[in-house]
Design a protein around this ligand. Structure first.
Ligand SMILES: Nc1ncnc2c1ncn2[C@@H]1O[C@H](COP(=O)(O)OP(=O)(O)OP(=O)(O)O)[C@@H](O)[C@H]1O
Length: 522
């Protein structure tokens, strides 16, 4: 017995479950659900759904099937398990899934844990697990059915078990405590003990026999018969107390075959005790002697487990007819909705709604986070704009500089210069021919601006000094400056190369001179 692989659940997103629920809902009246239908139920565009379905196929939560009429997707058992687990997780009932502790004919039982890691028992109903494999062979018949029987019947079995567990517990019967149910999964208390079939010795077999018979009678007095009361469905605790599990065939005492079921339960216990403990009693309870004192069967019906559901389930268990409910549906072709289907639909729809709301909340949170980030960015930007402010202030001040005063004070007359040369912001020089000159001019312009800004700022503080600190250069001045620079560069004494390198270059020089001296002689 292995472990259920639920690790994938961590990586599945809201959309995955939305699509999974859509497939589940579609399977109510489709053998395989076409992409378009999944898309319209999930409310997600086809491209998105196709991608999500691809993921789900990869993890075997849905399977793609080709049929004669159309292709589509069907929910796998694993997908159904995931849906149930996810719903119970979000209800904070289940927090973990552990090892498998039991494989029944119609169920898989696992140890689980709640969010606080207290032990739980998780029972996944798989009604018709074996029988439905054969259904594919009987396609003609299967074609007419309206819903996926294994989904419907497994859910019914779980609903029934949960309802009975609760009712029995309330009436003081020794059963595991019912915790919750979702789809085909029943969550109950984990009983730590051994099934009676594994017990070889008991302290007092007679006392145990009496207690078991008393249990059968007590059930009957409350209006029900277990129907499968045997050593496989009884767990013995350390102190030899008995706990009943598994009541799939529990029927009302008013059932037409009630006596048969009652006698079968009694005989099972008698046979087991004779075989295992070599104990045979002269006394055993008789169906006619039962005095009905309670009406658990009636109350159960009122609790939502309808007669129709009980009938469908009993037909599946008793006659092995797992499609009995479909026959019924086909007969009522004009089609009233059945209770169980409605329940499950509303459950799935509400889950879908919850997922949608969750996603909307997430979106809202994302938007809020984005707004916050934008605000933060603005603050950072506003800090860096201090420099820009300073620059624009400086530029404004420059524009205020009174150039006419400067000209008159220094005796400039630039009336014959083009307008652009008078721009207060920088220095422009007349167009030059050579590239070299252009580079030089750019450099000069750059230097001029750098020098100009702080001077201009100072000027604002002392308006009277405008003329004396003017930073504009005329073209003539720049020309002169450049010529001076070039002259200085030429006059610069070249650095002497020393050492080996110097000797090499000296030799070369000498050779050159010799060659030029004897040119024409050789
Ligand atoms: N509450 C529980 N606590 C501990 N173990 C449990 C519990 N419920 C079931 N089990 C274990 O799981 C096994 C199968 O459970 P159960 O009998 O309910 O399944 P089933 O499919 O109805 O089996 P079958 O129909 O073959 O009797 C049991 O034999 C028991 O060992």
């Amino acid at each position: 017995m292995g472990r259920m692989n639920v690790s994938m659940m961590r990586y599945l997103e809201g959309d995955h479950f939305r699509v999974l629920i859509a497939v589940e809902m579609g399977m109510k009246n489709h053998e395989v659900v076409p992409l378009a239908l999944v898309s319209s139920i999930a409310g997600i565009h086809r491209g998105g759904v196709a991608r999500t379905l691809n993921d789900l196929c990869k993890h075997q939560l849905v399977a793609f099937e080709r049929s004669k009429k159309f292709d589509g997707y069907r929910l796998t058992i694993r997908g159904y398990d995931y849906l149930a687990l996810r719903a119970l997780c979000s209800r904070e009932v289940v927090g973990s899934v552990g090892n498998q502790i039991g494989i029944g004919k119609e169920s898989d039982v696992y140890v689980g844990g709640d969010p606080e890691l207290n032990d739980l028992c998780l029972k996944f109903h798989r009604l018709g697990r074996t029988s439905f494999r054969k259904i594919k062979e009987k396609r003609d018949y299967h074609k007419k059915r309206k819903s996926a029987s294994w989904l419907y019947l497994s859910r019914l079995a779980a609903a029934k078990e949960f309802a009975f567990l609760k009712a029995l517990q309330e009436r003081g019967f020794p059963v595991p405590k019912a915790v919750d149910v979702c789809r085909h999964l029943v969550v109950m208390q984990l009983v730590v003990g051994q099934t009676l079939c594994n017990v070889n010795e008991v302290e007092d077999s007679a006392a145990l026999y009496d207690r078991l018979m008393a249990l059968i009678v007590k059930l009957a007095r409350h209006g029900v018969i277990h129907g499968d009361f045997n050593e496989f469905n009884l767990i013995m605790l350390e102190d030899e107390r008995i706990v009943m599990i598994d009541f799939p065939q529990m029927v009302s005492i008013d059932h037409p075959n009630a006596e048969f079921y009652f006698d079968r339960d009694v005989t099972c216990v008698r046979t087991f005790f004779k075989r295992r403990f070599n104990y045979e009693s002269e006394e055993w309870p008789k169906f006619d002697e039962i005095e009905r004192k309670g009406n658990m069967d009636v109350m159960l019906e009122a609790s939502g487990f309808t007669k129709k559901m009980a009938l469908d389930l009993n037909k599946a268990y008793d006659d092995g007819n797992f499609l009995a409910h479909c026959e019924q549906e086909l007969r009522n072709e004009d089609g009233e909705k059945e209770g169980g289907e409605e329940d499950s639909d509303s459950e799935s729809e509400s889950e879908m709604e919850a997922i949608r709301e969750e996603e909307e909340e997430k979106d809202e949170e994302e938007v809020q986070a984005q707004v916050k980030a934008e605000k933060r960015q603005k603050i950072v930007l506003s800090q860096s704009t201090r420099f820009n402010d300073w620059l624009s202030d400086a530029t404004n001040l420059l524009e205020d500089v009174d150039l006419s005063a400067l000209k008159s004070e220094e005796g400039y007359d630039d009336s014959d210069l083009p307008d652009k040369l008078n721009h207060p912001q920088g220095v422009t020089v007349k167009e030059s021919d050579s590239e070299e000159d252009e580079e030089d001019e750019e450099e000069v312009e750059h230097v001029a601006i750098e020098e100009q800004v702080p001077k201009a700022v100072k000027k604002k503080r002392a308006p009277g000094s405008v003329a004396s600190s003017a930073a504009t250069f005329t073209a003539e001045e720049i020309k002169r400056k450049l010529a001076l620079d070039r002259k200085r560069n030429k006059e610069k004494i070249r650095l002497k190369v020393k050492g080996k390198q110097s000797a090499v270059s000296r030799n070369r020089k000498d050779n050159k001179n010799v060659i030029s001296e004897y040119a024409g002689w050789i």
